[in-house]
Every structure is written in structure tokens, then in C-alpha cells.
Design a protein around this ligand. Sequence first.
Ligand code: ATP
Ligand code: MG
Length: 414
Amino acid sequence: MEYYQLTQTNLTDYLKLLPEVQLRFSSFDSLKVQEINDGNMNYAFVVTNKLDTNQSVFVKQAPPYIKVLGEQWPLTRQRMTAEINALNYQVSVCPEMVPEVYYQSETLSVLIMENLSTHALLRTELIQGRYLPRLAEDLSTFLAETLFYSSDFALPSADKKAMVSKSSNQEMCQITEDFVFTYPFEHHDMNDYNPALSQSIIDSIQKDANVRAHVAQMKFIFMNRPEALLHGDLHTSSVMVNVQQTFVIDPEFSFAGPMGFDIGALIANLYLSYFSHAHKSSAESVNYSQWLLQTIDDLWYKFEAKFLSLWSEHEQSALSTFMGKDLTGDSHQIFRQIFLQQVFSNTLGFAACKMIRRILGVAKVADFMQFEDQKLRAKLETQALKMATTMLLNRQSYANIGDVNKLAEDVSSI
Ligand SMILES: Nc1ncnc2c1ncn2[C@@H]1O[C@H](COP(=O)(O)OP(=O)(O)OP(=O)(O)O)[C@@H](O)[C@H]1O
Ligand SMILES: [Mg+2]
């Protein structure tokens, strides 16, 4: 079958032909097809049986261009192959945290999966100030499992190298290289600034030789460290939640990269959410911002503990260690500490770049954009930019995540 564009009109006829989808619906005569428009890159639909709304699927198709910009913005459909590849991997190590896949086609660049109709985007829930008691537990599991099992600590060397070459996702990496690590740090036409944001704060990033050198270092690490198979775009709109469950969606930027990039993306967006709540004086907002900081703290410590425990469990069961023989066990201990310290400082460096790009770059976040008052927004943006630059420059000096949370608190009171 050749590629063609699925639409609200032809989707039912396509689904009818797929045995995997036939199992999901008792009849194809009463299907409702609803287009979902909150993503930008791809077409997305929810298909429901009007006679039994428990029967439904979510369909996503990548066109050979960026959906919201149209055909004059070509983008290879390879991104759906990367998404399928990543999702298949995530299902294999962490099935409870990704939607169940019913059908996939690289030819049509289509994924048909479980409809998460009782879940909402994490970003939306954070904006509403909803408490999510499972969030740190679940996301730390997702990070530890996906990052550990695709690393050299779990995979035989040849399998790891095969994974790296299979997941190059060059075009999507180029987007990250440009839009996360380059344009926001120079005066570029693609950038978009809040008119109320002072030129001096923009200059303190774009014209500071030190800041720019450190960003270049993070970009180089992004491009040259295939440590594990990453999600590649793990912000708070790539997570769907309710109080009982957490799902990770949309790994179309997946590639083999540095572990801190996924952790940093999440932490960056949680700090942006923190600044969007911490400026309010109500007891409710104070409590919620403290919960966000506690969640960041838990996320890091739980990730670290789970990653270390997978590491030693794996070595015990495989009866071999990454390092070879270590009579006393001390070298293991030291190496693990050094390794996780480096993941931590990379996490902070990447989180900083991600925070800055959401303010100076083209892609904004609803956590800040919900405020129509440009001056208020500029105040929050200034806080986030100050935190990000300090965190970037000092990323190797923080002893623990608690010290970074302290920085967020200090900055939010200016
Ligand atoms: N399995 C699912 N069940 C229900 N809704 C979903 C599911 N996956 C995604 N969605 C919804 O569809 C939207 C678009 O999905 P997704 O983010 O994967 O598409 P995208 O085009 O890659 O978006 P973006 O431009 O943000 O990268 C999501 O924001 C979410 O609201
Ligand atoms: Mg996407």
C-alpha cells in the first residue's frame, strides 16, 4: 500500500480493513471520527463507536510536512518510523507507562493505539494546580528503565551499536540542535520575545560569551553522546496523566543521546510550572509550588535509586560487570557515583537550555502564555532565565537537587 493522507472522511474505510482494529469495534457503521488539534506536527484522530463509547482508538499519522505550517514546510515521515521504533522499545521495558499499540505502519506513517480518554496532558493539569501523587514515582520508573536498558550497562556492545545506528533520526535532531541549542542564543528571526521582556536580560544570555560557550558545550554533548535511547522531547505535554496513572506519549524525536537530556526536559518544564505558581501569594499556590519542588526532588532521587538498583540487579543476574573483575567492589562504587554525578550535571545543563528556549525561542509554553499581562509574564520569564543561566554555569557545583530547588526559591522572590 502506498502512502496517502488519512482524513476525517476516509479514516473509517481504512480502519475497517485492518484485522487488529476489527477486534476493537463491534461495528464500523456508527463510528465518530474526531480530529484532535492540540499537537502541531502530525494529524491525530480519536475514533469512537457511538453505540458503545468504550470502543475507541487514537490514530496518529505523520504527513511529509509539519501539519500546522502546511506543505511548504516539508519534514520527512521518518519521524513516525522513529516514534514506532521508540514506542516498541518502551513497550518492551516499561509497558505500563506507554499506550498500548494496536497497529503500526511505516508505509503510511501511522500508529493506532489505546485512546487515553480518561487522561489529560500533564501541562494542563499542572496549570490547573492538580496534585498528582504518582507522578514522580511513575516518571522516575520510566526514565530509569528506558535509559538503563538501552545503555551499555545492559546491552551487549554489538546490540548497543546496532540500536544507535537504527535510531539516528537525523532530521528531528537537527530541529533540536537549531531550535533548542542555537537560535534562542543569538538574535535570530525565528525567535519570539515578549515585548515587555527587558533587552538587558535578553542580552545577558545572547551576548554573554560564557553563557554561549556553556550552551555550545551542551549542544556538543547532545550531538556526541549516544548513552541510551531517549524519548527526545520529554516535556510536560508529552505526558498524559490522571491521579492513578501516568503515560508517556509522542517519542518522535527519539534518538540515542545523553541520558540527562530526557531528565532535564522534564525538570525544566516542572520549574517553569513552579514559576507560574510561586508568584501568587495564596496559601493554595504556596502549597502547590512546594509540591512541585518536592516532585522534582523525588523525581531525581527515585530515578537515581532505581537506575542504580537496575544496574546491580542486572550485573548479578548476568554474572558479568561492565567494568570486568573488581575484587573489592570499590571501583564499581566509585564509577557509579562518577557516572550519576555526570548525568546530574548534564541534566541541569540541558534543563537550563530547555527553559531558555521556551522563553527566547519560537516555541512557548502555556504555563506562562496563560498570563495575558505581558509585564507579569516578563517577570516570570526573567526569574526563569536567571535561574537557568545560574544553573547552566554552575551545573557541576551543585551537590544535590535540593540546592537547585533552593535556587528556584531564591530567584522566585526577586
Ligand atoms: N493515546 C492517546 N489517546 C488520547 N489522546 C492522545 C493520545 N496521544 C496523544 N493524544 C492527544 O493528541 C495530541 C497530539 O498527540 P501528539 O502529541 O502525539 O501529536 P504531535 O502532532 O506529535 O504533537 P506535537 O506537535 O506537540 O509534537 C496530544 O496533545 C494529546 O492531547
Ligand atoms: Mg510530537
